[in-house]
Every structure is written in structure tokens, then in C-alpha cells.
Write a protein that binds this ligand. Structure first.
Ligand SMILES: CC/C=C\C/C=C\C/C=C\C/C=C\C/C=C\C/C=C\CCC(=O)SCCNC(=O)CCNC(=O)[C@H](O)C(C)(C)COP(=O)(O)OP(=O)(O)OC[C@H]1O[C@@H](n2cnc3c(N)ncnc32)[C@H](O)[C@@H]1OP(=O)(O)O
Ligand SMILES: CCCCCCCCCCCCCCCC(=O)OC[C@@H](O)COP(=O)(O)O
Length: 377
């Protein structure tokens, strides 16, 4: 292990990174709160400000992936489509197989300049993740309970709201609705069979209602669907803890730009279209496993310095006072103060560890197992 790798694996480094993320995140959350009075008077300005503030949080995780772990992200796409990325609103349909697929998504957003404004149809539980959940509230992220009866109205309303968003955005949908596990896959393929649909080898069966309602409500506001398929080289199974430890991964993303006009308007045709898309995605994954690459030309969109600059800004702003405070405490602090400080540090570490746990597949929800109609019979 080289010296740099050794440094990156040290717990003290992780503590500092997490401390900076948590404290800067809370500071940004407070500033976001101060934008509240602006919303009724100048909504578009409030949105633009919140994009920048949100960027200041999410780009720290991007910096961690790009600059700390040095993970490489290769894009397989055609030249004409490449020229349009970041210059239009789009719906992104991405497979949900990896613990850091959200982070790779963010990295591509960053490289095409849409990180602050990008959105997702996220499960409601993520709204309660400290820092991130609060940030997402101000970025008008669309949340769902994954119960269609409850979601139909709220999701439609939230999608209508973002139609006039002042910055280009990508709206991410993991149509499988949950992350891939063997058990979920097995159940999901039973559902496919019962519906007379072809089986998928690498994906869960997509849920079509969210996609249909997104297309229906964003038609005219977005111009394309980006069918995106992600995989990692050498059968890597990347984790956020791995990234924090400085482990380098190699992400490959295959993107096809599909003009929105070619997505059917009728609901059942739109559902069939999505099922067909997932069958194609499955073939792309098969191709990847057989050849080690996706079809077509590849390009590596360059890293931009902004995520690193933002991160270094927060590190320099927040670590000096921390070190000074710790020295002062050690010199003059009473036992009570020292114990309180230790308790605050432990609470901070536990809460960041809990946040990281939200990304871990072995703690995945039971969605896709419990509510299956086949299980209810
Ligand atoms: C150039 C670069 C391009 C791209 C870069 C890539 C990405 C960057 C883009 C943006 C980044 C932005 C942000 C990223 C940051 C963070 C994001 C992180 C993650 C958040 C993701 C999540 O939280 S995923 C979970 C929540 N989201 C979803 O669930 C969305 C998908 N789901 C839906 O759309 C659902 O339809 C629903 C949630 C709206 C409603 O779900 P519900 O289950 O209530 O109803 P459905 O009708 O859909 O389901 C019932 C039907 O499904 C059948 N069924 C039942 N059991 C199963 C089963 N086990 N498997 C499959 N199907 C099943 C059932 O039979 C019903 O069928 P019907 O025929 O009757 O409809
Ligand atoms: C700077 C580093 C400091 C570390 C801080 C950690 C920050 C953690 C960020 C948490 C962001 C949460 C995004 C997780 C997205 C995700 O993958 O959600 C899973 C859902 O789709 C599906 O859930 P499930 O049904 O359980 O599979």
C-alpha cells in the first residue's frame, strides 16, 4: 500500500471529511432556510440560489468520488447526443444495481453542469436523511411512498411544479423502484412471468406508473429520455465506505438519447414501451458482461475543478477552528466539557454512519418482496 493510500484509509481522515460534510451541510441548510421569505416574491431567484447552495453540499460527495477516490467515469454515447447533454431538460432512466449509483449519477450531472438543479423520484424515507433531505426539500425533489394510491396526486403536483424550473435539469427515475437483490429479482421475475413478459437477467421488472406520470407531466418541459445503463469494470461492487477509504473504481455508463416525442402518449403503450426499454437494457448488460464494454464509441467527460474548490473551501474554513477548539479544550476544559465534546463527536460519527448505511444494499427495504401480489395470494 502506497503512502497516499495509507493516508486515505486512516480513520482520522474519515472523521474530518464527515465533520466537514455535516457542519457545512448544516450551515447551508440554515442559509436555505433564510431563502424562504424570497419564494413568494421571486420564486425563480430563490430556486437559482438554492441550486447553488445544494451544489455546495452534493458536490462534496462528487469531489470525494472524483478527487479523493479517483474513480474513473466513462460515457458510452454518440457525438450528436453528447453535444446536447447539459443543454436541455431530460428524464434519465437508470438501472438500480449499485450502492453508489446515485453518486455516479451526480458525477455525470456535475460534468455536464446540472448538479445543483437535478432531480429524482425518491422514496419518502430519504427526505429524513440529515442535510441531504433538507437540501432536497428546497430543490423540489419529488418524493413517493411507493404506494400508488398515495403517490398519484402528490407526485403529479410535484412534477407540475418543476415544469417552469429556471435551470436545465435531469429528472432521474430508477423504474425498478428498489435496488437489485437476488431475492427481489426472483420475485420480480415471477411477476413478469404472470404478466406474460420476458424475463430479465440483470434488472428487476420496471414499475411503469412513475415513468408514465413523469412523461405525462413533463411533456413540453423536457425534450428527451436518457436511457442510461451503469456498470463497473472487473465485477467491482463499489460502496460509499470504499470511496471514503480512497478506493478507485471504474464506472461505465451507456446513454442513449431518445427524443420524448417517440415515447407513446397512451398509458398502456407507454408501459409496454418501458418494458421493451428494460429488455434492451438487459441486452446491453449482457453485452457488457461478455465483452467488458458497452456498444458504440466512448468518451470520458472531463472533471471540472469546482467540486474540488468548493470542498477545499469548506475544509479550510472548518478544520482550523476545530483544531483550535480541540487544543483549547484539552488545555483548559473541565471533565464535563471534555465528556460533552466526546459525546458530540460520537453523535456526529453515528449520524454520518447512519447516513452511509442508507446507501447499503444489505439494509435495503422490503419493497418488491412484501407487496408482491403473488405473495398476497
Ligand atoms: C449523460 C448522463 C446521463 C445520465 C446520468 C445519470 C444520472 C443522473 C441524473 C440525475 C441525478 C439526480 C439525483 C440523484 C441523487 C440521488 C438519487 C438517489 C436515489 C433515490 C432513488 C429512489 O429512492 S428509488 C425508490 C423510489 N422511486 C421509485 O420507486 C420510482 C419507480 N417507481 C415507480 O415509478 C412506481 O410506479 C411508483 C413509486 C410511482 C408507484 O409504485 P407502486 O408500487 O405503488 O405502484 P406500481 O403500480 O408502480 O406497482 C405495482 C405494479 O407492479 C407490479 N408488481 C408488484 N410487485 C412487483 C414486483 N416485485 N416487481 C415488479 N412488479 C411488481 C404489480 O403487479 C403492479 O402491476 P400493474 O400492472 O398492476 O401496474
Ligand atoms: C463527504 C462524505 C461524508 C459521508 C456522508 C454520507 C452521505 C450519505 C448520502 C446519502 C444519500 C442517499 C442516497 C441514497 C440513494 C439510494 O440508493 O436509495 C435507495 C433507494 O433508491 C431504494 O431503496 P431500497 O428500496 O431500500 O433499495
Amino acid at each position: 500500500m502506497g503512502l497516499i493510500s495509507l493516508v486515505k484509509s486512516q480513520f482520522i481522515c474519515h472523521l474530518i471529511i464527515c465533520y466537514v460534510f455535516l457542519v457545512s451541510g448544516l450551515i447551508v441548510n440554515v442559509v436555505q432556510l433564510f431563502t424562504l421569505p424570497l419564494w413568494p416574491f421571486n420564486k425563480q431567484l430563490a430556486r437559482r440560489i438554492n441550486c447553488r447552495l445544494g451544489y455546495s453540499i452534493s458536490s462534496q460527495l462528487v469531489a470525494l468520488l472524483e478527487w479523493w477516490s479517483g474513480t474513473e467515469c466513462t460515457l458510452y454515447t454518440d457525438q450528436e447526443s453528447y453535444a446536447l447533454y447539459g443543454k436541455e431538460n431530460a428524464i434519465v432512466v437508470l438501472n438500480h444495481n449499485f450502492e453508489i449509483d446515485f453518486l455516479c449519477g451526480w458525477t455525470f450531472c456535475e460534468r455536464f453542469g446540472v448538479l445543483g438543479s437535478s432531480k429524482v423520484l425518491a422514496k419518502k424515507e430519504l427526505a429524513y436523511v440529515p442535510v441531504i433531505g433538507f437540501m432536497w426539500y428546497f430543490l423540489e425533489i419529488v418524493f413517493c411512498k411507493r404506494k400508488w394510491e398515495d403517490d398519484r396526486r402528490t407526485v403529479t403536483q410535484a412534477l407540475q411544479n418543476i415544469r417552469d424550473y429556471p435551470e436545465n435539469f435531469w429528472f432521474l427515475l430508477h423504474c425498478e423502484g428498489t435496488r437489485f437483490t437476488e431475492k427481489k429479482h426472483q420475485i420480480s421475475m415471477q411477476v413478469a412471468e404472470s404478466k406474460g413478459l420476458p424475463k430479465l437477467k440483470y434488472h428487476l421488472l420496471p414499475r411503469t406508473k412513475g415513468f408514465f406520470v413523469t412523461v405525462q407531466n413533463l411533456r413540453g418541459a423536457v425534450t428527451a429520455v436518457y436511457d442510461s445503463t451503469l456498470n463497473f469494470r472487473n465485477n467491482e461492487t463499489p460502496t460509499l465506505l470504499g470511496v471514503l477509504n480512497g478506493r478507485k473504481y471504474h464506472a461505465d455508463l451507456y446513454v442513449r438519447r431518445i427524443p420524448l416525442e417517440s415515447v407513446p402518449v397512451d398509458e398502456s403503450e407507454c408501459s409496454a414501451w418501458l418494458h421493451k426499454l428494460y429488455q434492451e437494457k438487459d441486452r446491453f448488460q449482457e453485452h457488457y458482461y461478455q465483452t467488458g464494454r458497452f456498444p458504440g464509441p466512448s468518451v470520458t467527460p472531463p472533471r471540472r475543478p469546482w467540486s474540488l474548490i468548493n470542498w477545499l473551501f469548506w475544509i479550510s474554513l472548518l478544520t482550523c477552528p476545530l483544531v483550535m477548539l480541540l487544543f483549547q479544550l484539552l488545555q483548559t476544559g473541565s471533565t464535563f466539557t471534555l465528556l460533552t465534546t466526546a459525546a458530540v463527536c460520537i453523535a456526529g460519527s453515528v449520524s454520518v454512519r447512519w447516513m452511509i448505511a442508507q446507501t447499503e444494499i444489505n439494509r435495503s427495504s422490503s419493497y418488491g418482496i412484501k407487496e408482491t401480489p403473488l405473495n398476497n395470494n
